[in-house]
Design a protein around this ligand. Structure first.
Ligand code: GLA
Length: 341
């Protein structure tokens, strides 16, 4: 049985994929067999949807309604539709992978160009969210079942300093969700997504700063726990967080699962498998206990040699379920095993 078949009773099984995969037939067959959800690793982020050329060429025309181009995402949407695979829309509003010129007056490209004012940025935000959501709802109905409306807004000091804060201000998260709710046809759940969501201080901050105000206005449907783990991440604390978010009137999704691991030895791969097994035991149990409405688990990468972690951590990582040849590792069988208990 595949991952998606094993977990059909519980939640969707997903994977984030890069563009190069779309040209690789055997890999596409593998994905359709193992998963019932995909996420664009990069192509649905603002830097890939915003039409740099058009906006910068005619800044007056596009000042309050930024030009957007969909050629990069259509192939993913088509593949998903054809194969009955759902998709997570990742991500509408984020401080990262969003070009600086998007926040600048007249879309100017110089590093020190003055920022646009609040009214302009609110108009750009609304227009961007409306354009992207409307496009996928009309052209690819039924494919996207979850949107990461805002990604990674919380840091230790509170809300992260960013161009969103610097232009719109402290209420940018609320505004983004209002627009997303306004333009959603109801076919996709609206998520707040973040990393380190298992840390005690962070889950409290996310609730206070983000989820509580959004819940008060009925604007959020789900909490996305990215779940970039290391071999040291405390899974008991993780489970506490899962149940903490699960106790709110929200779905929970694991949106970017991997487990950094630099040691390729058999013992280490065995330990990795045990960690995945322990994690999935907890996920299944939370679902069975009705402690969390867990509706999806997405791996951040197909196979070890495609993982972002090697570049990010500056050391080779073997964090996923499949090796560089797409051969299932022990971790794969451990995840399957957890579904059968
Ligand atoms: C964050 C983002 C993802 C991705 C990873 C690293 O978790 O949400 O889109 O960029 O970082 O690849």
């Amino acid at each position: 049985m595949s991952l998606k078949e094993s977990y059909q009773f519980c939640f969707k099984m997903g994977v984030a994929i890069p563009r190069q995969v779309l040209k690789d037939e055997p890999v596409l067959r593998h994905i359709a067999q193992e998963y019932d959800s995909i996420t664009c690793e990069n192509d649905m982020k603002p830097e890939n949807l915003l039409d740099a050329e058009a906006n910068r060429k005619e800044p007056e025309r596009y000042d309050r309604s930024p030009a957007v181009t969909f050629e990069k995402i259509d192939p993913y949407m088509e593949y998903a539709k054809k194969n009955g695979i759902g998709m997570r829309g990742h991500t509408l509003v984020w401080h990262n992978q969003t070009p600086r010129w998007f926040f600048a007056k007249d879309y100017r490209n110089e590093e020190d160009a003055p920022l646009a004012d609040r009214e302009t940025m609110l108009a750009r935000m609304e227009s961007y969210i409306r354009t992207v959501m409307t496009y996928v709802q009309q052209k690819w109905p039924g494919v996207i079942y979850a949107w990461d409306v805002v990604n990674e807004a919380v840091v230790e000091e509170g809300l992260r300093e960013s161009f969103w804060i610097g232009t719109v201000g402290q209420d940018f998260v609320l505004q983004a969700f209002r627009f997303a709710r306004k333009y959603s046809d109801g076919s996709a759940a609206l998520f707040y997504n973040d990393y380190d969501t298992f840390l005690p201080w962070k889950r409290e901050a996310i609730y206070d700063l983000i989820l509580r105000p959004l819940l008060e206005e009925g604007l959020v449907d789900g909490m996305g726990m990215q779940t970039h783990l290391t071999m040291e991440t405390d899974l008991d604390e993780y489970e506490k967080s899962l149940r903490y978010y699960g106790a709110l009137p929200l779905q929970v999704q694991i949106t970017e699962l991997d487990n950094h691991n630099t040691d390729l030895s058999e013992e280490s791969m065995e330990r990795l498998a045990q960690r995945y097994e322990s994690l999935f035991d907890r996920l299944v149990k939370a679902r069975k206990d009705k402690a969390a409405d867990l509706t999806g688990v997405t791996f951040w990468g197909l196979q070890d040699d495609m993982s972002w972690l090697t570049a990010f951590r500056k050391e080779r990582s073997y964090p996923l379920l499949f090796d560089g040849q797409l051969k299932p590792k022990k971790a794969y069988y451990a995840v399957l095993g957890a579904a059968e208990k």
